[in-house]
Write a protein that binds this ligand. Sequence first.
Ligand code: NAP
Ligand code: MG
Length: 490
Amino acid sequence: MTSIKEALEQIGELPAHMWIAGQRISGGLRDGIECRDPGSGELLSKLPAGTKEDIAEAVATAKAALKGPWADMLPKERGRLIWKIGEALHAEVDRFALVETLDSGKPLKDAKVSVQRAADYFIYYAGMVDKLEGTSIPLGINKVAYTEKVPVGVTGHIVPWNVPLSMVTRGIAPALTCGNTAVVKPAEDTPLAAVMLAELIEKVGLPVGVVNIVTGFGVEAGQALAEHPDVRHITFTGSVATGKKIMHAAAEHLASVTLELGGKSPHLILGDADLDRATPDIMAAVYKNAGQICSSGTRLIVAKEIHNELVDRLAEKSEAMKVGHGLDNPDMGPLISNKQLQTVVGFADRAKDRGIDFSCGGSLADVESNQGGYFFEPTIANNVDPDDELAQKEVFGPVLSVIPVASVDEAIDVANNTQYGLAAGIHTQDISAAMRFAKSVEAGQVYINGYHGSGDTVPFGGFRDSGIGREKGLAGLDAYSATRAVTITL
Ligand code: NAP
Ligand code: MG
């Protein structure tokens, strides 16, 4: 068990600056961001709140960096640099994980996996730099036509707080791979690791200005980034409401967007499911990162014949979970902020007022050692109506809504009965039922007999209000290149 003091000693100096054109820009007179540890409420660092002018400078720098050494580099050299970022980050997993735990609250073991994942994006994409091939198109004996993939230009990355570093790298790794430059606006709640990454990128030897990190608030820095006419693609992860604002802003200068928005993902458990396998999987699907994952499996759709047995098992195991400070490696850490905690409390209190039955949890979790942290109990709301707020809205906290159903058809109808379409899971021994579900559910990713866990190489994204475009895997490269077609008349 590491204390906060020990963790801070191991980390060294925490960033109190942002990173534009290879320069550390510190707070000065700016109205700064207060970066807090969600497990204790302690102030960790103050960072500058970037302004519209800071964004303009970062974008100008990123635009200038599109020419010069970054563009002139042989593809294999660019690939080698991108690989080196991944290696350098892998070498620093422990230090970055401590920062991610302090900044976002997640248990240290999960933070390590997140940082490894963040590094793996560079390793995965680095090898693609010299394989971004075009095509040739037959036009008869007197013409030659071919296509080539060219960078889209400056890319903007607006990132949420739930998986701070890996959300940055899953966007910038493919963007750099395709020869673009980047301006990143990390979440105000979790800016630290992104700034540390910039220093590491500089050490590895990327040309100045290729990656810029502007810390700041969404309403000012984020909005300015989305509105900037020289930003040709915006990659955004966060809420539906903000995603719509980003798309409106991008429309003004016809920039393309990748939007990874929310979810209310169904997890279907059929009567023949192996409950010993399904139980831990259901719990990980909803409680991982304290439920603050866009693809969390938050609606448990259960066959009536196993409903009571399964809910009893889940409630018993949920009550036994250890909730605590991320550095203590608990089963579940705190929520990101008091604001998010109050949002979750609001959902629970309103559900209680509507008479919804909680099989466990539903209140603030008392963590004796960390009274200042933002803890909520692992919570199961039972017999939730499919149209209830708890079955429709993204809580972004450790709250599972259980919906019993009488048939697979009813389950599929319930699964598709939200505005979202991000992820879906099913546990069954019946391959035909599993495949029928996979083909009928409106979700960008479907998990059969094991929720989450498809890593960094499988495409990820949503339908409907869950967003536009795909990240991860080879599909994650699509947004970052434009096709140029050249036709030669002989
Ligand atoms: P959010 O407002 O969508 O924030 C995501 C990012 O967008 C942050 O960097 C934010 O900056 C920035 N932003 C906010 N307003 C902006 C604007 N007008 N223009 C440009 N950028 C802007 O999400 P949130 O408030 O942090 O969380 C609210 C809800 O979003 C959660 O309860 C959850 O439902 C959902 N969410 C989803 C995901 C996901 O993975 N899909 C992740 C996080 C949250 P600030 O940091 O200053 O706000
Ligand atoms: Mg923080």
